[in-house]
Write a protein that binds this ligand. Sequence first.
Ligand code: ZN
Length: 559
Amino acid sequence: MTVKFADITADAPDFEALKNHYSAIEQRLAANDTSVVLAAIDQWDKSRRDVQTWQSLTHLRFNQDTRNEAYKQAREHCDELTPRITELDVRIKKKLVASPLRAKLAEQIGAHCFALWESNVTTYDPVIEQDVVAEAKLEAEYNELLAAARLDFRGESLNHEGIDKYKFDGDRDTRYESMKVKWDWFRAHGEKLDDLYDRLVKLRDQMARKLGMDNYIQLGYRRMTRVDYDQHDVERYRAAVRDHVVPVCEEICRRKANTLGIDKTMFWDEAVHRPEGNPVPNGDHDWMIGQAKTMFDRIGYGLGDFFRIMADNGYLDLKNREGKAGGGFCTDLTSYGMPFVFANFNGTVDDVRVFTHEIGHAFQAYSSRDKRLVDYLWPTYDACEIHSMGLEFLTFPFMDLFFGDQAEVFCNDHLISSLMFLPYGVAVDHFQHLIYADPTASAAARHEMWQSVEKIYLPFRDYGDLPYVKDGGRWQLQRHIYLSPFYYIDYTLALACALQLWVRSRQDRGDTMRDYVALCERGGEAPFQQLAASANLVSPFQANALQEVTAEVKKELNI
Ligand code: ZN
């Protein structure tokens, strides 16, 4: 019987009791007996699941209602306690990494966890405890600032998610004017946004130096636990996107101008693909849930039962409402073996993406919930996004359930948006490398850095006279830049893999679905490139990987 979300509780740990429990575990880890050490690892794992459940629930509740004082205080307490708990975990990881029994332990629990722990132990030391707390506070400030925005547009009072629906509108003036309102808000809050980012960048740089690293780039990679590729691989990959994908995107923009009957594809035209605007789902939230149930039943491979468990037990919160934090994400209530999907429906194609993207994450987390180690429940983010973006493409044949006779239009649009996303994604990544290599740069210099990467990867973009974005402010909307440095490249790496799933599913659907489900079940038991290879996907770091998928997309779109 699945526990209802409403019945889930997770009390904040009593830090002193947890510390004593960890000391007892630590002593057992010193035993010269593999079975004793393994039993201690299992005990540690149980504690970590409980702590993670509490962390997830605390952050989730706050995101569901950012105006609730009690939730806010609970989140602040969580943010303060988290580094101290990390310190306890790091102590145990250090012991395990140096254990004389390591080889024998790896036979039982796999070698990958040791690689992850080796990376983890270098990212935390008590000397940065206060910095980590301060970082979480600044991140929360950014979230609250954006969530509190009220944008007045044609008689409506909207938040950022709410106004975004107009970027898909068929009427060009509506698109332009809604964006003007949005970017006017950013202009009005630009100083605050610059200041928040400046404090975050300097803080992160300081943490890296305290940990003995040159700058935050190194620490950022380690925090992302990248164990099988480095900055140079990423740099070559960005160059491949520039060489093979950017020209196709330029062509897409030229063709779009023709389709829309306009001189040039401007920033406010990028999200629409035809004069009448993009297809919208044929119904509201409740209808969509019903359609999603039908879709997942038809797909099979366990997805139907899984989606019902989520929907019928309260593990979806998809409606946009005042005070709710923006964005969409999937989190995990680890001790209960249940994921949770959070989103903000706005009546656009993005809502369908929630069912395909976030449910992909959730299905993976659910499929790997019985892994022995909490480290193996989720893969690193690069691999994580294969499950989510992969499902976006694997649901293509069922899109008539949401879009009726516009399904094919939706799928083509989605392919175009996916391809257009790659250059943007690597631009965000390149920008962050520039930022953290020069942490004392002024706000103006940072805006120039953004413009310099736009020139490389987004040469087709024209902001016209839109406020703020025309002067290099577009990046401040990208929450990952504030909240999850160096995360962004992962989406593009995963997309390069997910597009391969799309190509293969059209050749052999059964085989591809089996590979997909097996990949979900593996969770995070191996690093990115190994996971990709196990699902018969070519690593995006291999020469020509991008050329091949790009060629397929071009063929499909008759480019
Ligand atoms: Zn995702």
